[in-house]
Design a protein around this ligand. Structure first.
Ligand code: UT7
Length: 321
């Protein structure tokens, strides 16, 4: 028996405003539903409205995760929020979530690794829980990418959406449940393939998202297959033992190609990119919550989570749910 971080609740939140591909075209984006579906698998995304922010969506997702676990907010000792689109430059949006949940004292901070942010946050929280810093930890991914999209750039604005996902980790003495292994990577040489052209200490502006999609695509499949192999080996499991793959939801073609490369059963891959588009750090916990709530993911299932994004950063985790 050893002290491990077990997922005891999940939750998610989406803005009310759902925008289909056809609606984007009607609003003046030079695109078609056919192109977006064929190249990405995306049919719709949600965009935050007035008053909906990274912290408000994160709070809603966290509240649902706590309710699912039957744990009171004041039991939470740690909040790690993954986001590249915080409410303010500082303080951390995690502290806004903390206050909104009515928690007066706990550890709370943001993690920024763009689309891989949730995997980074999960790994950090897992190690802090295992190390005894907290017994209950909220790990959240929340993004409002609509605020950094250039709606004049059809090669990027059709790909992203807003949303949040959360899970509650609980320290338990267990043989084989919980987070079994995590692996993280970064290679900053690829900074200019996916970035925002503004920032606090450079332009003093928020900036807009820029991406060389084809190059990102090429790296994504290779990096994701490599890190999945690495994390499965670290956890002592084979691809054939995996019950569910919960991948980062950037493009259905990336998801399919990665699963194929590893020989993973496509029917065991959770896909939400069609409904949510790419919600960056929120995409993995959002997809996990969907699969938990519709009954696919069950207690003791072996799950792998993976993501890749700007930096480049990439990472994966193996969890016994
Ligand atoms: O979270 C991680 C970060 N993101 C990703 O992982 C995304 C990775 N990349 C991708 O998903 C794909 O590369 C894209 C979906 C971005 C693009 O797909 P693609 O098959 O690589 O298309 P492409 O960039 O080669 O573009 C093909 C054509 C171009 O026209 P020409 O030059 O062949 O005449 C584009 O101008 O499609 C055109 N195009 C569009 N047409 C209609 C690009 N965007 C659009 C659009 N609507 N929205």
């Amino acid at each position: 028996m050893s002290r491990r971080s077990v997922i005891v609740g999940t939750g998610s939140a989406l803005p009310a405003n759902r925008v289909t591909n056809a609606q984007l075209a009607e609003r003046g984006v030079d695109t078609t539903d056919e192109w977006i579906v064929e190249r990405t698998g995306i049919t719709a995304r949600h965009f935050a409205g007035d008053g909906e922010t990274t912290a408000t969506m994160a709070t809603e997702a966290a509240t649902k995760a706590l309710a699912a676990a039957g744990v009171a907010a004041d039991q939470v000792g740690l909040i790690v929020l993954a986001t590249a689109t915080p409410d303010q430059t500082f303080p951390a949006s995690a502290t806004r979530v903390q206050t909104a949940l009515g928690i007066n004292d706990c550890i709370a901070f943001d993690v920024q690794a763009v689309c891989t942010g949730f995997l980074y946050a999960l790994s950090v929280a897992d190690n802090m829980v295992k190390g005894g810093m907290a017994d209950q930890a909220l790990v959240i991914g929340s993004e409002t990418f609509s605020r950094i999209l250039d709606f004049e750039d059809r090669t990027t604005c059709v790909l992203f959406g807003d949303g949040a996902g959360a899970l509650l980790l609980q320290a338990q003495d267990t043989e084989d449940r919980g987070v079994l292994a995590t692996r993280l990577h970064a290679d900053g040489r690829h900074n200019d393939l996916l970035y925002v052209d503004g920032g606090v200490s450079t332009t003093g502006t928020i900036g807009k998202l820029r991406m060389k999609g084809k190059e990102v695509f090429r790296h994504a499949v290779t990096n994701l297959a490599d890190v999945l192999n690495e994390v499965l080996t670290a956890s002592g499991h084979q691809p054939g033992e995996v019950d569910w793959v919960v991948p980062h939801q950037a493009n259905k073609r990336i998801i399919d190609a990665t699963a194929k490369k590893l020989g993973l059963d496509p029917n065991r891959v959770v896909v939400t990119v069609d409904q949510h588009a790419n919600t960056s750090a929120a995409s993995v916990p959002l997809a996990l919550d969907v699969a938990v709530r519709d009954g696919r993911v069950k207690k003791n299932d072996l799950i792998v989570l993976e993501a890749m994004g700007g930096g480049f950063t990439w990472g994966a985790a193996v969890v016994r749910y």
